[in-house]
Design a protein around this ligand. Structure first.
Ligand SMILES: [Zn+2]
Length: 105
Protein backbone atom coordinates (compact mmCIF):
# COMPACT_ATOMS: atom_id res chain seq x y z
CA UNK A 1 0.00 0.00 0.00
CA UNK A 2 2.77 2.41 0.96
CA UNK A 3 4.71 1.55 -2.19
CA UNK A 4 1.69 2.36 -4.30
CA UNK A 5 1.10 5.68 -2.54
CA UNK A 6 4.77 6.57 -2.90
CA UNK A 7 4.68 5.74 -6.59
CA UNK A 8 1.55 7.85 -7.12
CA UNK A 9 3.11 10.68 -5.16
CA UNK A 10 6.28 10.47 -7.26
CA UNK A 11 4.23 10.50 -10.44
CA UNK A 12 2.30 13.55 -9.27
CA UNK A 13 5.55 15.36 -8.52
CA UNK A 14 6.88 14.37 -11.92
CA UNK A 15 3.67 15.56 -13.55
CA UNK A 16 3.91 18.92 -11.76
CA UNK A 17 7.56 19.30 -12.75
CA UNK A 18 6.66 18.60 -16.39
CA UNK A 19 3.85 21.17 -16.25
CA UNK A 20 6.27 23.75 -14.84
CA UNK A 21 8.84 22.95 -17.53
CA UNK A 22 6.17 23.19 -20.22
CA UNK A 23 5.09 26.59 -18.91
CA UNK A 24 8.71 27.75 -18.79
CA UNK A 25 9.27 26.67 -22.41
CA UNK A 26 6.15 28.59 -23.43
CA UNK A 27 7.48 31.73 -21.75
CA UNK A 28 10.91 31.40 -23.37
CA UNK A 29 9.30 30.83 -26.76
CA UNK A 30 7.07 33.90 -26.34
CA UNK A 31 10.02 35.97 -25.23
CA UNK A 32 12.14 34.79 -28.17
CA UNK A 33 9.35 35.63 -30.62
CA UNK A 34 9.05 39.12 -29.17
CA UNK A 35 12.82 39.61 -29.28
CA UNK A 36 12.97 38.48 -32.92
CA UNK A 37 10.16 40.88 -33.84
CA UNK A 38 11.86 43.71 -32.01
CA UNK A 39 15.13 42.89 -33.72
CA UNK A 40 13.47 42.98 -37.15
CA UNK A 41 11.90 46.36 -36.35
CA UNK A 42 15.19 47.77 -35.13
CA UNK A 43 17.08 46.57 -38.21
CA UNK A 44 14.52 48.19 -40.50
CA UNK A 45 14.56 51.37 -38.44
CA UNK A 46 18.35 51.39 -38.45
CA UNK A 47 18.46 51.08 -42.25
CA UNK A 48 15.91 53.90 -42.61
CA UNK A 49 17.94 56.13 -40.31
CA UNK A 50 21.16 55.40 -42.19
CA UNK A 51 19.39 56.26 -45.41
CA UNK A 52 18.02 59.48 -43.89
CA UNK A 53 21.45 60.39 -42.58
CA UNK A 54 22.97 59.84 -46.01
CA UNK A 55 20.29 62.13 -47.49
CA UNK A 56 20.98 64.82 -44.94
CA UNK A 57 24.72 64.61 -45.47
CA UNK A 58 24.36 64.92 -49.23
CA UNK A 59 21.50 67.39 -48.77
CA UNK A 60 19.50 65.66 -51.46
CA UNK A 61 17.00 62.81 -51.56
CA UNK A 62 18.55 59.50 -52.41
CA UNK A 63 16.87 56.54 -54.06
CA UNK A 64 16.89 53.77 -51.52
CA UNK A 65 17.88 50.40 -52.99
CA UNK A 66 19.55 49.56 -49.66
CA UNK A 67 16.31 50.01 -47.73
CA UNK A 68 14.33 48.11 -50.36
CA UNK A 69 16.70 45.14 -50.23
CA UNK A 70 16.76 45.28 -46.45
CA UNK A 71 12.94 45.14 -46.39
CA UNK A 72 13.01 42.18 -48.77
CA UNK A 73 15.59 40.38 -46.62
CA UNK A 74 13.59 40.88 -43.43
CA UNK A 75 10.38 39.73 -45.20
CA UNK A 76 12.19 36.65 -46.54
CA UNK A 77 13.33 35.89 -43.00
CA UNK A 78 9.68 35.74 -42.00
CA UNK A 79 8.71 39.15 -40.64
CA UNK A 80 6.05 41.60 -41.74
CA UNK A 81 7.37 44.83 -43.24
CA UNK A 82 3.93 46.33 -43.88
CA UNK A 83 2.65 49.26 -41.84
CA UNK A 84 -0.17 47.15 -40.36
CA UNK A 85 1.90 44.32 -38.81
CA UNK A 86 5.37 45.85 -38.93
CA UNK A 87 8.00 43.50 -37.42
CA UNK A 88 5.51 40.79 -36.42
CA UNK A 89 6.41 37.18 -37.22
CA UNK A 90 4.89 35.64 -40.36
CA UNK A 91 3.59 32.12 -39.79
CA UNK A 92 5.37 29.35 -41.70
CA UNK A 93 4.51 29.72 -45.40
CA UNK A 94 2.31 32.75 -44.73
CA UNK A 95 2.40 35.58 -47.24
CA UNK A 96 1.06 39.10 -46.73
CA UNK A 97 -0.47 41.17 -49.50
CA UNK A 98 0.22 44.38 -47.57
CA UNK A 99 3.91 43.49 -47.30
CA UNK A 100 4.05 42.63 -50.99
CA UNK A 101 2.52 45.99 -51.80
CA UNK A 102 5.32 47.67 -49.83
CA UNK A 103 7.98 45.53 -51.51
CA UNK A 104 6.81 45.64 -55.11
CA UNK A 105 5.12 49.00 -55.55
ZN1 LIG B 1 2.45 42.28 -43.72
Amino acid sequence: MTDRNELLSDLTQFENALADTYAAIGKVKQSLTETMSENACLRLENDRLRERLAELEKNEPVKSPAVASSLMKVYDEGFHVCHEYYGKVLEDGETCLLCQEVLFR
